[in-house]
Design a protein around this ligand. Structure first.
Ligand SMILES: NC(=O)c1ccc[n+]([C@@H]2O[C@H](COP(=O)([O-])OP(=O)(O)OC[C@H]3O[C@@H](n4cnc5c(N)ncnc54)[C@H](OP(=O)(O)O)[C@@H]3O)[C@@H](O)[C@H]2O)c1
Length: 242
């Protein structure tokens, strides 16, 4: 049977780590982008995966790092079934337009959340379009929905995710005529360390969030899939306004 490879960015912890585990459990082989430098849960997962998971050092905001990760993929396969652009950072959540805004930090958030995803999709589009599934999954956020925006801060994060949504539509327009698929998903409010400490207010565990994401992926890849166009979908399967 042909091996099916998937790639998850930001797989050290949180939703990304759970996605890597969940993909393995569903029979995929996984390239897992490792952002942290040393021994974490991802490395332990690699050790017990019988060669099915490869941890790949990856800073998606850095062109050289992405190039090296692409070489690591090319050394193993010329086909990638699924790319999940998951790695992201939050940035400041307090400052409004009437405060001092940290533009350097915003620049960094954009380089990770928006351009990092595009670097990966751009670099891997060849192997993706050669595969059977041809699927790019962009993990966005309700925070990137302009139509349902209620915040007066979180500038970097909200704008970076809104731009990721636009990026997803541009990619969809380009690849869908040839069977390419894009999903843009809000993973729910998840108990992760994105805010620097465990967000206990989250309604989902990372495993629960990854589980529903993998469910959406399975639905999208089902030959009987009848959906049309591209939409921002939340953790309950509901469409959010762009
Ligand atoms: N948690 C939520 O409630 C929530 C809600 C909506 C959307 N999301 C989205 O869900 C996705 C997963 O977030 P999460 O909650 O699981 O947060 P998380 O635990 O912080 O996971 C994000 C991962 O990306 C990594 N990362 C940071 N900078 C990176 C870079 N430059 N290159 C590659 N990887 C990088 C992080 O590493 P470090 O931990 O070392 O920074 C971390 O492993 C993100 O796209 C996030 O925006 C989360």
């Amino acid at each position: 049977m042909m091996i099916k490879w998937a790639f998850v960015t930001g797989a050290d912890r949180g939703v990304g780590l759970s996605l890597a585990k969940g993909l393995l459990a569903r029979g995929y082989h996984v390239f897992a982008g490792q952002y942290a430098e040393d021994g974490n849960e991802l490395e332990r997962l690699e050790e017990t995966s019988e060669g099915k998971l490869k941890a790949v050092p990856l800073d998606i905001s850095d062109g050289n790092s992405v190039s090296k990760a692409l070489e690591a993929v090319a050394a193993v396969t010329d086909r990638l079934e699924i790319l999940i652009n998951n790695g992201a950072i939050l940035g400041d959540m307090q400052a409004t337009v009437e405060d001092e805004l940290d533009f350097e930090e915003m620049d960094k958030v954009f380089r990770v959340n928006t351009l990092g995803a595009l670097r990966m999709s751009n670099g891997l589009i060849g192997p993706i379009m050669k595969s059977e599934s041809k699927l790019i999954v962009n993990i966005s956020s309700e925070a990137g929905s302009i139509g349902s925006c209620w915040r007066n801060a979180w500038y970097a994060y909200c704008m970076s995710k809104a731009a990721l949504n636009m990026q997803s539509q541009l990619i969809h327009n380009q690849i869908s005529p040839r069977g390419g698929k894009v999903l843009v998903l809000h993973p729910g409010h998840v108990q992760t360390y994105m805010q620097g400490k465990l967000d206990t207010a989250g309604k989902l565990t990372p495993d629960e969030s990854a589980g529903q994401i993998l469910e959406r992926i399975a639905q999208r890849l089902d030959p009987g899939y009848a959906g049309e166009g591209l939409a921002l979908i939340d953790d309950e399967g509901k469409e959010l306004p762009w």
